[in-house]
Each structure stands twice: as structure tokens, then as C-alpha cells.
Ligand binder design. Structure first.
Ligand SMILES: Nc1ncnc2c1ncn2[C@@H]1O[C@H](COP(=O)(O)OP(=O)(O)OP(=O)(O)O)[C@@H](O)[C@H]1O
Ligand SMILES: [Mg+2]
Length: 355
């Protein structure tokens, strides 16, 4: 018997989808596309509508308005049982009295697949998540991370058109989070699966995604590739939610096609203009783009207020004519003491923001 996975991945398309629970609008007229075979994350603060969006894909909630397509099929009115979608929940929801292999094979057994074939597929699923040989154990005999991988295997073996993850790593410690997220990404890429992944951890979203959809108050604040969101955030909310940003008032002095010359307290930088006119503007300056110099030269005069040693970099809070700046500096071997006078210049990780 040969078993294999993959090959049935489909795109997901939302067209003006709204979900209201009585007075509460959990999802407000959102539209997006997740391409077949790609991984998209829904990222945003608590209560912004991420889980509801995922449940709308699964058919666990039905839309109040709008259309949902999986591949070319309009599934808007279809219940969960008639959609080819699997979901991995935050609490992995393994059956405690069943062995690992029985858990993974469960979906096949209920759909009438012969036990030998079901177990063969389940074995392969366990192998994919690095748990070959763990089949006979009970879930209680596994670590949290291993249980999480069993839940992933259980969803994976059904070869759904779309695989959904709702904060799958939230119960794991930091080291394991990184490992499991890399495994999920590897499996997704090697099998060409369509995955929609919910998290409120921006680093996790940047690390695993083809596309990140940032949500705020039931709407989409911005979507794009990880690099686009970090380097060209649309507004203050996105700039602050994805990584740290110093929000600093500045002036656009001139615009030349796609670039603008901007004065930040008198220090001039060139940044993408984003269609903004000459005049006052808000900038989002990344902490690694605030450059501190103790040798003088041109720049803003500042004073180090606070310093922290983080192992691979230093963090500083610096007082400056444009306000307090949060700074990340890789030069850990030559730390600056509080009170040190510095000259501040700016690198190129600066974005003009609208709102
Ligand atoms: N069944 C429901 N009945 C009423 N309101 C609901 C229901 N489910 C969700 N909501 C509300 O809809 C909004 C969005 O909820 P949702 O669970 O989608 O948020 P979330 O982004 O997943 O948040 P978290 O990060 O905390 O999990 C919230 O205000 C929530 O209270
Ligand atoms: Mg949620």
C-alpha cells in the first residue's frame, strides 16, 4: 500500500465577509485571498476577530454577509461537515484514552477507512512531525510540544484543501515555539499545503508567513509580505504592532518621484515618499535605525537615559530634541553608560506613515 500527502491544496477567498453576533460585529466586511499552497497568518490584538475569521473558513460560523470561496467553490452556506478543511485548536484536544496512533487515525476510522490503511497513513503523519515510533503511547505520556505535533499530524493526514491553526504554539515554551513553528512551515512548504495561521505574536508571523494579514477591530489594517509590513507599515498601528517603532514628527522637504527628503529635527534622510506631499508627516523609525555616535559630527545631540544588556544587543533609551528614542545597538562590547552624550543619526529603516 502506498500512501502520500498533499496535492489537494486550494485557495481561500473572502469577499466582503461580515460576521455579527447580535450587536457585536466580530468581522466587518473583510476581503482577502490566501493563494493555494501558501501560508497566511492572521495577526492582531486580542478580540480583533482572528478566531472568528478562522471559524468562518472552517464553517464553524456562517457569514452574516459576503462570500467565501475555497478553490472555485462558493462554500458560504456550507456547514463544517461539507467543507474540506481541518483545524488545529489552541488546546490540542487529543482524546486522552486513545493512543497516539489512534488519535491520528481517528478521522479515517470514523469515515470508514479500513484500520490497516488508516494506521499506515497515521504512521506516515507521525513520521512527518518527527514522532515516528510514538504511536503506542498515550497523550499523557508525551510532552506539551509532542502533543501539539500529534494534533498537527491528526489534521495533516486528512489532506484537507485548507489547514487552519489557531494559536497552535501558545502553550509551548520559547525554544519549543521556534522549533514547532519551523516544523509547521517545513511541512507546509514541502507538501504545498494551504495554511491559515492565527497568532498574536508578530515575530512568529514574520518568521513563517508568505503573507501576513494584520487585523484591528474586526477589519484588515494591512496585508502584505513580512518585509513589506515591517519596512512599509501603512499606519501607526501596524508600525507599532509589527516590531518596535519610534513615532517621530518630521517634515517632508521635497518629493522626487518615489522618494522624499525628510527632515527629522534638522537631520535629513531620504525615504520612500508613498505619495505624500511636502509638509509635516509622522515617521516610524525602527530602533536599529537610530545610530548613536560618541565621536561627534553632524546629527542630533542626545543623552543616554537608560541602558539594558540583552546578550546579543544593547537597548538604550535616549533623550533627543525629537523626543525619547528607543534604540537597539549591536555593539555590546562597548556599552554606553547613562548620562553619556551622543550624536544621533538615522539609518534607512524609516517609514512615512499616514495615520
Ligand atoms: N459566539 C460569540 N458570541 C458573541 N460574541 C463573540 C462570539 N465569538 C466572538 N465574539 C466576539 O467577537 C470579537 C472577536 O472575537 P475573536 O474570538 O474572533 O477574537 P480573536 O482575535 O481571536 O481574539 P484572541 O486573540 O483573544 O483569541 C470579540 O469581541 C468577541 O467577544
Ligand atoms: Mg482567538
Amino acid at each position: 500500500m502506498t500512501v502520500s500527502f498533499g496535492g489537494r491544496a486550494s485557495s481561500v477567498r473572502f469577499e466582503g465577509v461580515t460576521k455579527a453576533f447580535g450587536e457585536v460585529v466580530a468581522v466587518n466586511a473583510i476581503s482577502f485571498v490566501v493563494e493555494a499552497g501558501s501560508l497566511a497568518t492572521l495577526l492582531g490584538p486580542s478580540g480583533c476577530g482572528k478566531t472568528t475569521t478562522l471559524r468562518l473558513v472552517a464553517g464553524l460560523e456562517l457569514a452574516t454577509a459576503g462570500r467565501i470561496l475555497i478553490g472555485d467553490d462558493d462554500v458560504t452556506g456550507l456547514p463544517a461537515t461539507r467543507r474540506d478543511v481541518s483545524m488545529v485548536f489552541q488546546s490540542y484536544a487529543l482524546f486522552p484514552h486513545m493512543t497516539v496512533i489512534e488519535n491520528v487515525a481517528y478521522g479515517f476510522v470514523v469515515s470508514g477507512t479500513p484500520k490497516a490503511e488508516a494506521h499506515a497513513k497515521a504512521e506516515l503523519g507521525l513520521e512527518l512531525v518527527g514522532l515516528k515510533g510514538y504511536g503506542p503511547r498515550l497523550p499523557s505520556e508525551l510532552s506539551g510540544g509532542q502533543q501539539q505535533r500529534v494534533a498537527v499530524a491528526r489534521a495533516l493526514v486528512l489532506e484537507p484543501q485548507v489547514l487552519l491553526f489557531d494559536e497552535p504554539l501558545s502553550n509551548l515554551d520559547a525554544k519549543l515555539r521556534r522549533r514547532v513553528r519551523e516544523e509547521i512551515r517545513d511541512i507546509q512548504q514541502s507538501l504545498g499545503l494551504t495554511v491559515v495561521y492565527v497568532t498574536h505574536d508578530q515575530e512568529e508571523a514574520l518568521a513563517v508567513s508568505d503573507k501576513v494579514i494584520v487585523m484591528r477591530n474586526a477589519e484588515i489594517a494591512q496585508e502584505g509580505k513580512p518585509r513589506e509590513l515591517y519596512e512599509q507599515p501603512a499606519d501607526r498601528f501596524v508600525a507599532d504592532f509589527i516590531g518596535d517603532a519610534n513615532m517621530v514628527s518630521a517634515d517632508i522637504l521635497s518629493v522626487d518621484g518615489t522618494h522624499a527628503r525628510v527632515s527629522i529635527g534638522g537631520v535629513e534622510v531620504q525615504v520612500p515618499s508613498r505619495g505624500l506631499p511636502v509638509g509635516p508627516v509622522q515617521t516610524a523609525i525602527r530602533p536599529e535605525s537610530v545610530l548613536l555616535d560618541t565621536q561627534g559630527g553632524e546629527g542630533l545631540a542626545g543623552t543616554v537615559l537608560k541602558t539594558a544588556y540583552l546578550g546579543k544587543h544593547m537597548e538604550y533609551t535616549v533623550d533627543s530634541p525629537v523626543g525619547e528614542l528607543f534604540v537597539v545597538d549591536e555593539r555590546v562590547h562597548a556599552p554606553l553608560a547613562p548620562g553619556t552624550g551622543v550624536t544621533i543619526r538615522f539609518g534607512d529603516r524609516i517609514a512615512l506613515v499616514v495615520g
